[in-house]
Design a binder for this molecule. Structure first.
Ligand code: GDP
Length: 367
């Protein structure tokens, strides 16, 4: 079998899966010089698109970056920081400086103390073994904080290449597109080129005569809620604008359902208290008594308790429970890719029910 290589990024051309590197429509194969759809879009529309890759390819890619000298721009989603951190990145970055970018700052409530978020992110990065030069909180989509970030990246890269990495859906393409569109005239067409030494679909976007910004494919984080949801349901749980905190006064023996995706039981609590929910504003939160919670789920999943809806329900894995005892300051219970609930200070025992495989974690409250 003969392989065709994309003349833009070097990925092997395939015509089957639009979400993977090297995809080109069949009609493109007739051209003398074949480029993949991703390079095509960049070349003609100055716009990058993300592609997915599996874990092995991803590790190879990280190795590749470790062998190059340049600045690493590492993008995470502020609404799902732990979920979008890449495991093991620290082993591959070598001596390259890292700038951490927390994207989607527009989703956090206006009252959020961004300095506190920044300090917390420094600590999270440290826990993941990463020493970062700086952290920027931005909205690539709304252009918030982008000018300052672009300025800083230029300063830190010291004339070297910039590698942009991040898991899928953090807004990596939006980020790069912003930089491209604000650094070129509309008429100017970006030329992409094959990044030497790899066939992993790196895209090379020239910054000046000698250096480039390199867009790397994103990796899917398998412990996120997104995995279990149809496109329609994923849309419904993804916040689109500033999340309004919703406060529920709760006591022992009460339960919250977040749609039908997550269930939150208070087993033991000192007293009645305010629990603050941070989820997409459109997502329905239902309060009930714990003794009635099972029955409600059995009878009303997909209706009163939705999403999940039709498509998602076909492969719904059901909910798995896990109990936590919390003793101390305000704590967030985070459901990867969905949102979080802040538990008030004091001693509380809770049981959470989340789809099998979706990560639930505790952290010091960030807001
Ligand atoms: P990629 O997979 O990392 O390349 O992510 P995309 O750039 O395709 O963005 C993923 C989703 O996040 C899209 O629905 C974007 O519209 C959205 N998005 C990107 N940047 C922002 C942002 O700054 N704020 C918000 N609210 N959404 C964003």
């Amino acid at each position: 079998m003969e392989y065709i290589i994309c003349q833009g990024c070097g990925a092997t051309i395939q015509t089957e899966d639009e979400t993977k590197a090297g995809y080109a429509p069949k009609s493109a194969l007739e051209r003398e010089e074949v480029i993949c759809k991703r390079c095509f879009r960049l070349k003609h529309y100055n716009e990058v698109q993300d592609v997915d890759m599996d874990a092995d390819d991803f590790l190879n890619m990280l190795h590749e970056i470790g062998h190059h000298d340049g600045l690493i721009v590492y993008i995470v989603d502020l609404f799902d920081v732990h979920g979008s951190f890449i495991q093991g990145l620290h082993r591959f970055v070598g001596r390259n400086p890292i700038v951490l970018v927390g994207n989607k700052v527009d989703l956090l409530p206006k009252s959020t103390n961004l300095n506190k978020i920044k300090h917390w992110m420094f600590r999270v990065a440290k826990d993941f073994g990463l020493k970062v030069k700086d952290i920027h909180l931005v909205s690539a989509d709304k252009g918030i904080g982008m000018k300052e970030t672009a300025f800083d990246l230029e300063r830190f890269r010291q004339g070297k290449d910039t590698f942009v990495v991040g898991s899928t859906n953090v807004g990596k393409s939006t980020f790069i597109n912003y930089l491209i569109q604000h650094s070129t005239d509309e008429e100017e067409v970006i030329t992409t080129s094959y990044f030497p030494g790899t066939t992993l679909g790196f895209i090379d976007i020239p910054l000046d005569e000698t250096s480039s910004m390199i867009d790397t494919p994103g990796i899917i984080n398998h412990h996120q809620m997104a995995h279990y949801l149809s496109d329609k349901d994923l849309k419904a749980i993804t916040p689109k604008k500033e999340v309004k905190p919703r406060v529920f006064q709760l006591t022992e023996g009460q339960t919250l359902y977040i749609g039908g995706l997550v269930r939150f039981d208070i087993d033991v609590a000192d007293e009645k208290n305010g629990y603050v929910c941070y989820f997409a504003n459109e997502l329905n939160i239902h309060r009930t008594k714990r003794v009635k919670a099972d029955e409600l789920y059995e009878n009303h999943l997909g209706e009163l308790l939705s999403p999940p809806t039709d498509e998602t329900l076909k492969n719904w894995p059901g909910l798995e429970q896990e109990s936590f005892r919390i003793n101390g300051g305000k704590t967030d219970v985070v459901f990867s890719g969905l949102g979080w609930i802040t538990i008030p200070e004091g001693t509380t025992s809770i049981t959470v029910h989340a789809p099998k495989g979706v990560k639930v974690m505790l952290r010091e409250a960030i807001i």
